[in-house]
Each structure stands twice: as C-alpha cells, then as structure tokens.
Design a protein around this ligand. Structure first.
Ligand code: CMC
Length: 457
C-alpha cells in the first residue's frame, strides 16, 4: 500500500464543531482506506464496526477480491486460471512467496512439503481418545493443536527457518491428519502418505486405499480434488484467516494458530456451509419443494437461509462457484451420475433464486459451497468431512497470511475496543442481601424437582 501524500478526509464533531483531518491510503487495487490508527489519541473517539463490515484490519499483498464484479485474484492471478492451469502445491507456493515458482523452485518446494507428510507415530494415539462418531472437525481442532506438542523445533516464531519449517509441516501434515480422521470414523486402518503421488492423489489414496489390496486413484477425481483445493486455498481476511492472524498477534505458536483457524472455519456461516448445503438439498428432495424453501428463505421470522447463497464480499456470482459447477459436471459424468437428482435440484434452485426479486435486490448469488458438497458426496466423502477438506486447502492461505504478518515489521497484538453499554459504577452487595432462597429452601425445591422428574419418567 502506498501513502497518498496529501489526501485526507475531514471528520467534524457536530456537537463541539471540532474537526480533524484523517489520512487516506490507497492500495494497488480496491477501495482506499481512512487511516484511523491515531483517531482515539487525537479525538477521544473509537470507531464502531461489529462484523468488520467497513474495516481493513491489515495490509496484505496475497489476495484481492472485487466483490461487485465477482473477481478473485491470488497475487494478481485470476482464480479460474489457477484452477484450470495450476496445481495446489504451486498455488500454495504462490500464496506464500508472491510468484509462481520456476521449475527448480517447484521441485525444491514439492520436496520440502513431501518430506513432512508423515506424522509422529504417537499422534495416532490421540485419535483413539475420540469417540468413533466424533465429528472429524472436532478431531482436527484437537490433533492440529496437538502438533505444537510434537514439533518443538518449529514453534519459535522469531526464528525465520523455524517458521518456514512450520509452514511446510502444516501444509504437508494436514491431509494426513484429515485422512486419518476419515479412516477413524470408518474403523479402517490409517494409510501412510505416498510421496510419489501428487498432493490430491496422495490425499485420495490415504482416504480410500486399504492395506489389503492396491488402490488406483481415478485421475479425473484427483484433478477435481486438486481444483477444489485450489478454489479453497485462500480468500483474504475471512473469519478463519482473521482468527489465525489475531491468534498469532499474541505470539502464539503456528500450530495453535492454525487450530484456532480450524475452529472458526467449522461454523455454518463459513466453512461449514458446504455440509449445510447438502443437508438442505437432501431435505428439499424434489424440485416441486423449491418454491416452499425459497419462501422460507425470504421470511424474516423463519431464521432459515438458503445455504450456499450470499457472501459478505461477493455481490455478484462467486467466481469459485462457476468453476465448481463445471467440476461438478465433470465428476458426475465420470462416475456415471449425469442425472444426479441433487445436482438437478441445485441447478433448479439456483435458476429460481436468481430470478427472484428478493435475491436480486440483496445481490445473493451462489457461493463456492453451493456445488462443492455434491461433488464431494459423489466422490464418497460423508458430509462431516466436507469442512475438513476445506481446512486442508485453506491451510495454504492461513500459513501465507501468518508468514506475511512477520514481514510487517512491528508486531502489534490485535486488541479491538468496544462500545460499552453495561451498568455504570455500583457497589458490591453481599450474598445475604441479594434475596433468593436459603440453602434449606433450595435443597427442598431441588429434591421436589428430582422426585417429580422420576415420577414423570
Ligand atoms: N438466504 C436468505 N437471505 C439471505 C442469505 C441467504 N443465504 N444471505 C443473506 N441474506 C439476507 C439477510 O437476511 C440480510 O437481509 P436484511 O438486509 O433484510 O436483513 C441480507 O441478505 C444481508 O445479509 P447479512 O447476513 O447481513 O450478510 P453477511 O455479509 O453478514 O452474511 C453470509 C454473509 C455468507 C454469512 C450469508 O449470506 C449467509 O448466511 N449465507 C448462507 C451461508 C453460506 O452459504 N455461507 C458460506 C459463505 S462462502 C464460504 C466461505 O467464505 O466460508
């Protein structure tokens, strides 16, 4: 970001008539920002922006989104070109280092990543502590955080080489842990990584091979997996990436920061949406139920939202959704599922929603998650694994942003302020003076409650 030498905006306090000039800074693309870092010192005011709808939290050179035009660029390259022409590890390199690798750099990078694909044998015992029906995202939150306890030689964030190794380890081990979480849920033995396979092939192999017989990964499915990983690799300052940056700002180690990102990603408004979309499509069942579901999505009192629709930044078609729709067709065709009823329902739902005044007025378009669930289900993944796959891919973006933070020079802990609306100063009141039941009265009423519960079953 370059400093605009003279440009300012003026803030006027209507009450006192005081005014302040606030500097404006321009990025290389996108909206300029008003630099308010000295606002509180100069004016005594904070800004108030829950959900950060108008707030830039950092300077970044990694990803650019123009939500109105539906544009997504990684280091300047359009996402559709990367999905078509690149591979996931190359994109991970691009995100991390700013340029596409040359052949020597690529070979070296792949070697660095594949060298770290195995996980410490003792980590396997962590899995046994989980119930077999545990959500794999719950397992991922635990085991990724646990990496901090295994790789002490890459937790010193002030050592550049250690940071680099931590990034290699995270990108490399995430598929191994994700596949293990999947295998654990099926009761099958874990499969070790194979470094002769590509990133996506290796992941599919670890998910679907069994030790009893050889397993060949379908190249069309491997390419689709690669594309899905690329499409999910980064998305600038989304909730999970911001979580990673905020966690890291306190000086926490990289594995703990990425575990924090995973927890944020899990929610249905973020990475959990692909699971929610599929549940919704299954619930809709047939095309004739679509008008009813659209009606519910528009009803303010219902609370239901059309999952896979809408985006905080995109007010146009999510460019990732376009690639995803095409990939969906390729996968279903390869698997002989051209007439998949879920795809038909999804396409009809999209068609009707895009013609509906409500969705047009609010600029709600399909997002990346609308079609991904259909592909992943056809590939054999249970719904609970969908967000895990998102986490495998997004790790590339998380570590790139995590590294970028260190290049910014001075590290400031992220510490937002608030608009306090609670009670003003008051004096402590001792318990005896606050009313309520005595101990004896509380015992009797609890005994009566339990007795009535027992009688009513
Ligand atoms: N269905 C129906 N109405 C919607 C939807 C939807 N999917 N999304 C937004 N709206 C309405 C919302 O009710 C609000 O209406 P009003 O102005 O009358 O109150 C208006 O559109 C703006 O919504 P918002 O909640 O203020 O927008 P936001 O930017 O805070 O939320 C979102 C963005 C993605 C959380 C939201 O669109 C949503 O919940 N979508 C469904 C979940 C989903 O698909 N999430 C995946 C996002 S893409 C993957 C990722 O980046 O993680």
């Amino acid at each position: 970001m370059t400093d605009s030498t003279l440009r300012t905006v003026t803030l006027i306090d209507d009450l006192t008539g005081k005014s302040w000039k606030l500097p404006v800074r321009d990025g290389s693309m996108g909206p300029s920002v008003i630099d308010i870092r000295k606002l509180y010192t100069d004016t005594g005011y904070f800004t108030h922006d829950p959900g950060f709808t108008s707030t830039s939290s950092c300077e970044s050179k990694i990803t650019f989104i123009d939500g109105d035009k539906g544009v997504l660029l990684h280091r300047g390259y359009p996402i559709d070109q990367l999905a078509e022409k690149s591979d996931f590890l190359e994109v991970a390199y691009l995100l991390q280092f700013g340029d596409l690798p040359n052949t020597t750099q690529k070979t070296e990078w792949i070697k660095n990543i594949t060298y770290h694909t195995m996980v410490h044998e003792q980590l396997r015992s962590f899995f046994n502590g989980f119930r077999r029906d545990a959500h794999p995202m719950a397992i991922m939150c635990g085991v990724v955080g646990a990496l901090s306890a295994f790789y002490h030689d890459s937790t010193d964030i002030h050592d550049e080489r250690q940071r680099e190794i931590a990034c290699h380890r995270l990108i490399a081990k995430m598929p191994t842990l994700a596949a293990a979480a999947f295998k654990y849920s099926t009761g099958q033995p874990f499969i070790y990584p194979r470094n002769d396979l590509s990133f996506a092939e290796n992941f599919l192999h670890m998910c679907y091979a069994v030790p009893a017989e050889p397993h060949l990964v379908n190249p069309v499915l491997a390419r689709a997996m690669e594309k899905i990983f690329i499409l999910h690799a980064d998305h600038e300052q989304n909730a999970s990436t911001s979580t990673v940056r905020l966690a890291s700002s306190s000086g926490a180690n990289p594995f703990a920061c990425i575990a924090a990102g995973i927890t944020s990603l899990w929610g249905p408004a973020h990475g959990g949406a692909n699971e929610a979309v599929l549940k919704m499509l299954i619930e809709i069942g047939s095309k004739d139920k679509i008008p009813e579901i659209i009606k519910r999505a528009k009803d303010k009192d219902d609370g239901f939202r059309l999952m896979g629709f809408g985006h905080r930044v995109y007010k146009n078609y999510d460019p990732r959704a376009k690639v995803m729709q095409q990939t969906c067709r390729e996968v279903l065709s390869e698997l002989g599922l051209r007439n998949d009823p879920l795809l038909e329902t999804a396409m009809e739902l999209e068609r009707i929603a895009l013609q509906d005044d409500y969705f047009i007025a609010k600029k709600l378009y399909p997002n990346v998650d609308f079609y991904s669930g259909i592909i992943l289900r056809a590939m054999g993944f249970p719904m609970s694994m969908f967000t895990v796959l998102f986490a495998v891919a997004r790790t590339a973006g998380w570590v790139a942003h995590w590294q970028e933070q260190f290049s910014e020079g001075e590290q400031k802990i992220g510490r937002p302020r608030q608009l306090y609306t609670g009670p003003t100063l008051r004096s402590f009141v001792p318990l005896e003076e606050r009313g309520g039941k005595t101990d004896a009265e509380a015992f009797i009423s609890e005994w009566q409650r339990r007795r009535s519960d027992t009688l009513t079953g």
